[in-house]
Ligand binder design. Structure first.
Ligand code: 3AM
Length: 175
C-alpha cells in the first residue's frame, strides 16, 4: 500500500476574521487556559477522513467536485468548552442549513468510501484552544462574526516537531 495522508474537509476562515478571533481570544481567556491554535490553523472541520490512500483521495475528490450547493453564511456567535477533549471553541448558535447539508453530504460520502465516521452528530465549531482540561468561565455571548462561505477545502494534517499544521490541497466553489 502506498503512502497515506491524514485528510479532512473543512472551511477556511478569512485572514481578517482569524486576526480578530485571536485578538478576542487573547482578551477573553487567560494565557494558561489551554494551548492556542495558531491563526493560520483556525478552520472549521466538515468531515474528518482519517488516513487516506491516494486512490481513496482521488475518489473523494471526484465526489466533492460533483457537489452542487449554493453559498451560505457561517455565523460565529457562540462559544463552548468540552472539558473531556480539552477543546474551547467558537461556533454558531444556530447552524445555517447550507452548512449542515454540506457537512452531511461530505460525511456520508466519506462513510460510503470506507472512512470511519463518528456516530456523534455534527457540531460545527472552530477550535480555539486545545488541552483546556480545567474548568473555565465562558465569556458573555456578545460577539458575532458573520462570514460568507463560497468554498470548501480538502486539508492535509501534518504533524512535525510537536506541531500540527494544516495544508490546503484542493478547494471547490459552492454554486
Ligand atoms: O476541527 P477540530 O480542531 O475540532 O480534532 C481534529 C480536528 O478537529 C479532528 O479533525 C480535525 C482536523 O484534524 N480529528 C482528529 N482525529 C479525529 C478522529 N479520529 C478527528 N475527528 C474525528 N475522529
Amino acid at each position: 500500500m502506498g503512502e497515506q495522508k491524514r485528510l479532512f474537509f473543512g472551511l477556511e476562515l478569512p485572514d481578517e476574521c482569524k486576526q480578530q478571533i485571536i485578538q478576542w481570544r487573547a482578551q477573553t481567556f487567560p494565557a494558561d487556559a489551554g494551548r492556542p491554535v495558531g491563526a493560520d490553523s483556525l478552520h472549521l472541520t466538515l468531515a474528518y477522513l482519517g488516513e487516506v490512500s491516494a486512490a481513496k483521495q482521488q475518489a473523494l475528490m471526484q465526489l466533492a467536485g460533483r457537489i452542487r450547493q449554493p453559498p451560505f453564511t457561517l455565523t460565529l456567535d457562540d462559544a463552548g468548552h468540552w472539558p473531556r477533549s480539552g477543546v474551547v471553541w467558537l461556533g454558531p448558535r444556530q447552524a445555517a442549513r447550507g452548512l449542515l447539508q454540506l457537512a452531511e453530504l461530505l460525511r456520508s460520502q466519506a462513510a460510503r468510501s470506507g472512512c470511519f465516521q463518528s456516530a456523534q452528530p455534527f457540531h460545527p465549531h472552530v477550535t480555539l484552544l486545545r488541552n483546556a482540561l480545567t474548568p473555565l468561565s465562558l465569556p458573555p455571548r456578545n460577539f458575532h462574526w458573520s462570514l460568507p462561505v463560497g468554498r470548501f477545502v480538502l486539508f492535509q494534517s501534518h504533524f512535525a516537531r510537536g506541531r500540527t499544521r494544516y495544508q490546503e490541497i484542493a478547494g471547490w466553489t459552492l454554486r
